[in-house]
Design a protein around this ligand. Structure first.
Ligand code: ADP
Ligand code: MG
Length: 427
């Protein structure tokens, strides 16, 4: 999909009429393809997020996972979730007698950080196996809460391959600091050749609020450096594609029927709400009458969605507006709460000393890290490893950790018929 420009253009036709950000991203890809790809290798390190859903099918309780979204750029938290898993392992070994010998209980390793590091090493090596004097350039935000994870990725790469050098640069410092060499090599600080550009920024319109921002993005995409994600993969992460590929029929255009059947088991129901089409009008009407929906614009990074009872008044304001074209409507995933603890900076632990003795209902979201690499015509590799669990209090809509909505957790796998499960709740 990411390398099928005609499909991307067709799919985003109505979105780009009203959404400049999607239009600019697609514009970069169109310009790069017009010129001819300087780098056949395309890549994307991603994270696919899921929640549990309970529904009632003909009176029978049905429980399964549903995909919330797939993040195609700047997928984060790979190091923090590994550290949290280590902490939980320590605490459970300390407080649950014979934790590691409990029958039917598995506490899986979390390989997220090493996975991402080794995928980046693979990309670096694909650029030019013979020379390791080329750089990995990590593009970051001006003020970065994420610096600690960026460093951990650098350390993880260094541990595996001390010969590879990673440099971090702010996106807004790149104008005047990067250029193309005679063979479209990407040179940073005007002299260091870049093998891999790793975007941890550039996913939101506000990231491009400085002069030359889009020209810098275009220059990078035109270069011989491998990009992660490449522009095609970035575009394919736009939420509109989730709606378009949510049915088996559409998915079958890209993958075999049996795989499409498997995958559509985890997709939610989606509706277009655009004004100009019959389907969009139906979707809009549905949005006015159902309270269990999420309205999403084509944005990443949290804070943009409209949830539940806020959807109807929001739609009312857009009744006759072309602006509707940039939204998709999604069924609300109905996640069963589980008992757990969330430690939040706003909680006053000293005042309420009993807090740690009381569970509260939380809902969790599972992210699975993945990585895909393609060349001009084939998939070179397509792997996944590692996980992120974010838990939040019931009733909280957004799911971000850095934004203060959720905390990082871990997975314990238990057999269905486990007798000892109660031990976990006797803590
Ligand atoms: P963003 O790109 O801003 O992260 P998401 O689609 O991941 O957008 O939505 C943000 C959060 O909102 C998710 O992490 C999840 O907690 C919640 N959310 C999103 N879609 C749904 C849904 N269909 N049902 C329930 N919760 C949802
Ligand atoms: Mg998300």
């Amino acid at each position: 999909m990411a390398s099928n420009l005609a499909f991307l253009e067709r799919s985003l036709k109505s979105v780009v009429e009203v959404d400049d950000f999607s239009k600019n991203l697609l514009g970069v890809q169109q310009a790069v393809e017009r010129e001819g790809l300087a780098q056949p290798i395309q890549s994307c390190i991603n994270r696919s997020d899921y929640m549990l859903n309970v529904s009632n099918k003909d009176g029978v309780r049905d429980i399964g996972i549903r995909q919330v979204e797939i993040n195609a750029i700047a997928s984060g938290m790979s190091s923090h979730c590994c550290n949290v898993r280590k902490m939980h392992n320590f605490l459970m070994s300390k407080y649950i007698p014979n934790f590691d010998q409990l029958r039917g209980v598995t506490f899986p390793q979390n390989r997220s950080l090493d996975f991402i590091a080794s995928e980046m090493i693979q990309l670096h090596d694909l650029y030019n196996q013979k020379h390791s004097d080329k750089f990995i350039l990590l593009i970051r935000e001006p003020r970065s809460l994420n610096f600690s994870e960026h460093f951990q990725i650098e350390y993880a790469i260094h541990k595996l391959r001390p010969d590879i050098r990673l440099i971090r640069r702010r996106f807004d410092q790149l104008p005047g600091n990067i250029k193309l060499g005679p063979n479209k090599e990407l040179l940073v600080d005007m002299k260091n050749e870049v093998a891999l550009v790793y975007f941890r920024y550039g996913y939101d319109p506000s990231n491009y609020d400085f002069p030359e921002a889009w020209n810098v993005r275009l220059l990078i995409e035109r270069s011989r450096a491998i990009k992660c994600p490449s522009i095609g993969f970035h575009v394919s992460g736009i939420k509109k594609f989730q709606q378009l590929l949510s049915t088996q029929e559409e998915m079958e255009k890209f993958i075999p029927a049996e795989k499409a059947a498997e995958l559509t088991k985890v997709t939610c129901k989606f509706w277009s709400i655009e004004d100009g089409t019959e389907a969009g009008k139906l979707g809009f009407r549905h949005g006015m009458s159902d309270q269990n929906l999420v309205l999403k614009p084509q944005r990443e990074g949290g804070g943009h969605n409209i949830y539940g009872k806020d959807v109807k008044p929001y739609l009312e304001k857009m009744a006759n507006s072309a602006n509707r074209q940039q939204y998709i409507l999604m069924e609300m995933i109905n996640t069963p709460p589980e008992k757990n603890w969330l430690i939040h900076p706003k909680d006053d632990m000293t005042k309420d000393g009993l807090k740690l003795n009381s569970y509260e209902p939380l809902v969790s979201e599972l992210g699975i890290f993945g990585s895909i690499v393609t060349d001009a015509s084939n998939i070179v590799s397509n792997r996944s490893a590692g996980y992120l669990v974010r838990s939040k209090r019931v009733g909280v809509n957004e799911g971000g950790v850095a934004s203060g909505h959720s905390g990082i957790s871990s997975i314990v796998l238990v057999d269905d018929d486990l007798e000892d499960l109660s031990k976990f709740y006797q803590l």
